[in-house]
Ligand binder design. Structure first.
Ligand code: ZN
Length: 288
């Protein structure tokens, strides 16, 4: 495990960041695609996408996701694409599941699935049991693999319940997100407890919110896990908020840490094998 290549999941945009806070946050489909492809060259193999409208506001519209994915597939077709189904700003199933309907060359490989309801600093993310089940079922029907987001230990227990009831099916790829106000704080003991609780066949990435991004990323790299990194989680390179980050710098930094302790960085094709994702679009679904 510790010798596995590192899968870097880039979260370039998110819901909250604005250009006023950090001019490097990509918002238009072209900006997002350019940034993703630059970061792919530096080692990102998955991109976790949020759409924004022409004013930069969070959007769930399928046409915007279509544009983003079309640009990415044209420039760097092998990237693993994950779309959000976040319940933070959009509450109905129809809004949250829109981007799952993209088909053919534009079908996303993965989609986020948050495993419970919780608070962020200023708002709640509501994920009721029936919503989680409907989203999981919609993903399964379309051959889209969930990116299982856990912000608390209990969310992993809930994932195990969903697995037992055949609502979640292999492969299991977890994002463990620590350090957000209102959920589990970013300590080594907390991360170790979450990893211990995972189903045996799961792969996982560690993400830290705000000033904890780099800490959780480095812990995950040392533990043999993978990482999610990007401006969605932190706008700065440093905890003192003095140096604005770019997505490329954040990816280069975690890739450098991995290489320093003897882990190479996975290509998108290698990341597919590590996670157990089906072969790219149009080919036979692979091992589960
Ligand atoms: Zn997200």
């Amino acid at each position: 495990m510790i010798h596995d290549k590192l899968v870097i999941n880039l979260a370039p945009t998110g819901i909250v960041p604005t250009k006023d806070e950090n001019p490097h946050v990509p918002l238009t489909p072209e900006e997002i695609a350019d940034d993703c492809c630059r970061c792919r060259e530096a080692g990102a193999s998955i991109v976790h996408l949020h759409a924004r409208d022409s004013d930069g506001a969070p959007a769930c519209r399928i046409d915007i996701y279509r544009d983003i994915i079309r640009h990415i597939r044209a420039k760097c077709p092998d990237l693993i694409i994950c779309v959000t189904t976040s319940g933070r700003r959009f509450r109905s199933f129809e809004e949250r599941a829109q981007s799952l309907d993209l088909d053919g060359e534009l079908k996303p490989d993965m989609a986020s699935l948050t495993l419970g309801s919780m608070n962020f600093r200023n708002e709640a993310s509501i994920n009721a049991p029936d919503m989680i089940e409907r989203l999981a079922e919609a993903m399964h029907r379309r051959g889209i693999v969930p990116e299982l987001e856990a912000f608390d230990l209990g969310m992993i227990d809930y994932a195990r319940y969903l697995i037992k009831h055949d609502i979640l099916r292999k492969p299991f790829y977890f994002n463990l997100l620590l350090g957000s106000l209102g959920t589990l704080s970013a300590t080594p003991a907390h991360l170790a407890s979450m990893v211990d609780a995972l189903p045996p066949t799961a792969t996982w990435g560690g993400a830290g919110i705000g000033r904890y991004q780099f800490h959780v990323n480095t812990m995950a790299i040392a533990m043999g896990g993978h990482v999610r990194v990007g401006l969605e989680d932190s706008l700065y390179m440093d905890g003192g908020k003095k140096r604005l980050a770019t997505n490329l710098q954040l990816v280069e930094r975690v890739a450098g840490v991995a290489r320093a302790i003897g882990r190479e960085v996975a290509s998108p094709a290698e990341a597919r094998r590590i996670i157990g994702l089906p072969e790219p679009r149009g080919q036979t679904p692979g091992r589960a």
